[in-house]
Design a protein around this ligand. Structure first.
Ligand SMILES: *Cc1c(COP(=O)(O)O)cnc(C)c1O
Length: 506
């Protein structure tokens, strides 16, 4: 990497009185051209005098923003070793479909008769997810995986309440390997979290689970393959034990890719599940959004799903044809949960996910699942002589190293992740899961080529060698990025978000 690093803020480039071209006003208004006129801002809201704006010439403004855009890392510029959770390749056709003029202009308040295509898209996607997950019905309304978990747990609470057991069943069992959002969602839902331990092979310890199960349990939440990438082989047995005490099984399908077309949570005994469209189905995310966490339920639980719901009228109704503009409808069931999102969720994300599903088709989805597993296994096997593999079982779409094999050099997982930045890679997820001290989690995803994986493996091997031969270089990495080692804690506790804050802090 050999490019100039631009550190200045646009405010620091500002010179009083500097400005770009300012052509004289023509005096022609949009009204003259038959266009829509724009009402001027009310006078008391105009802050031209008090608002401090940077004053720069045009080339400075253009160069500033263009250069700043190259300081960023994106999936269009490089590989993410924790792809699905962070960012995997987002096929361009998804973007084209979401931006299509037939979809881009739909407004939440568009009348149902004028939004039939959008509702058909929603209905088609929820039907596809039912097939993929083995569920009866899906709601696409939740905006994120965590919100899907909360919605799913609310469905489970509503189910127990409908049987007069709402007050009694307050516990949710969560494995110690679970994603942090699982216990958090249970707590937000007003339920008590009970942790179940993992065995040394990374799967849930059935002996530890048995004594936790009784009629105070509302649900057990599981991820399969779990966050260590290990397939939970005892699921049918666990599901039977959980159902025997009247509790429900919740499936965290944030990263369903390794199972796509191969196995279905509904067939494994799960009652409620969510899928992250923004992970499994390749829609872009990061920096907190946008996402979509659809929730599916098995037959019998549909009535507890949140409002609103999309329904399809069949081609004929009581012998009369149903008009095309009335085929899809939106219903609000007063008995259901309330709404969990504005209208029908993140429509543009749904459009991208459906584009991905339809592009691949069912054969392609099955291929994606297998490739996700093959790619992860290839990297794991190619690196396990330099990096410590704490659980050497068969893994699926992701796996976890416990830092470098040789710990004598003092080079940590953080150092390895920082050194990867110098080689033009995004860092993998580090220090998660909490089961190991030096966790380094890798998930290449199904979309990366053999050549990309080989290059990454070479770089990881180079770093392991460098950690031995020249540990200082690794410990002080990165050396080539605009920002090197920010104080994570300070950045989280006292973020500086505005120029004014920066001046007063310095
Ligand atoms: C990402 C993830 C979640 C949370 O999804 P968000 O959309 O980030 O809220 C939950 N569970 C697992 C296993 C995940 O990987």
């Amino acid at each position: 990497m050999n490019r100039k690093v631009y550190r200045k803020l646009i405010f620091e480039l500002s010179r009083e009185g500097r400005h770009g071209h300012d052509i004289p006003r023509s005096g022609i208004t949009p009204d003259d051209l038959g266009g829509v006129s724009v009402a001027p801002l009310p006078g008391d809201m105009m802050r031209a005098d008090t608002l401090r704006l940077p004053e720069v010439d045009e080339p400075t403004a253009v160069r500033h923003y263009t250069n700043m855009s190259t300081n960023n890392f994106g999936v269009d510029t490089g590989f993410y070793p924790l792809g699905s959770c962070t960012m995997k390749y987002n096929p361009k056709i998804n973007e084209e479909m979401a931006a299509h003029r037939c979809f881009a202009g739909v407004h939440p308040a568009t009348p149902v008769s004028a939004a039939q295509g959008a509702l058909q898209l929603y209905w088609t996607l929820q039907s596809a997810l039912c097939k993929i997950g083995g569920m009866e019905e899906f709601t696409l309304n939740p905006f994120a995986g965590a919100q899907g978990e909360l919605t799913g747990l609310m469905v489970i609470r509503a189910y127990h309440a409908s049987r007069g057991e709402g007050d009694k069943r307050r516990k949710v069992i969560v494995p110690d390997s679970a994603h942090g959002t699982n216990p958090a969602s249970a707590a937000v839902c007003g339920l008590e979290v009970v942790e179940v331990k993992s065995r040394p092979d990374g799967t849930v310890d059935v002996n530890d689970l048995a004594p936790l199960l009784d009629d105070t349990v509302a649900a057990m939440m599981m991820t399969n393959p779990n966050t260590l990438g290990i397939f939970e082989k005892d699921i049918p047995r666990i599901a039977r034990m959980v159902h025997d005490v009247g509790a429900l099984m919740y499936y965290d399908g944030a990263n369903l890719n390794p199972l796509l077309g191969v196995a279905r949570p509904g067939d494994m005994g799960f009652d409620v599940m969510h899928i992250n469209l923004h992970k499994t189905f390749s829609t872009p995310h990061g920096g907190g959004g946008p996402g979509s966490g659809p929730v599916g339920v098995r037959k019998g639980l549909e009535k507890f799903l949140p409002n609103p719901r999309v329904i399809r009228h069949l081609e004929t109704h009581q012998g009369f044809p149903v008009k095309e503009e009335k085929r899809y409808g939106i219903v609000y069931d007063p008995a259901a949960l309330g709404s969990v999102s504005a209208t029908l969720g993140n429509f543009a994300v749904q459009a991208r996910a459906l584009a991905y599903i339809l592009t691949l088709g069912s054969d392609g989805l099955m291929e994606a699942g297998k490739l996700a597993t093959l790619n992860a296994t290839y990297i794991k096997e190619s690196l396990k002589d330099c990096y410590l593999l704490p659980i050497d079982g068969l893994s699926k779409h992701e796996f976890v190293f416990d830092g470098l094999r040789d710990k004598s050099t003092g080079v940590t997982t953080l150092d390895v992740a920082k050194r990867l930045l110098d080689h033009g890679y995004h860092a993998p997820t580090i220090y998660f899961p909490l089961l190991f001290h030096e966790s380094l989690m890798i998930e290449p995803t199904e979309t990366e080529s053999r050549e990309t994986l080989d290059e990454f493996i070479d770089v990881m091997r180079d770093i392991a060698r460098e950690a031995f031969e020249d540990p200082e270089t690794v410990k002080t990495a990165p050396h080539l990025t605009p920002v090197r080692r920010p104080d994570d804690t300070q950045a989280a506790l006292t973020p500086i978000l505005t120029y004014d804050q920066l001046i007063t802090t310095n």
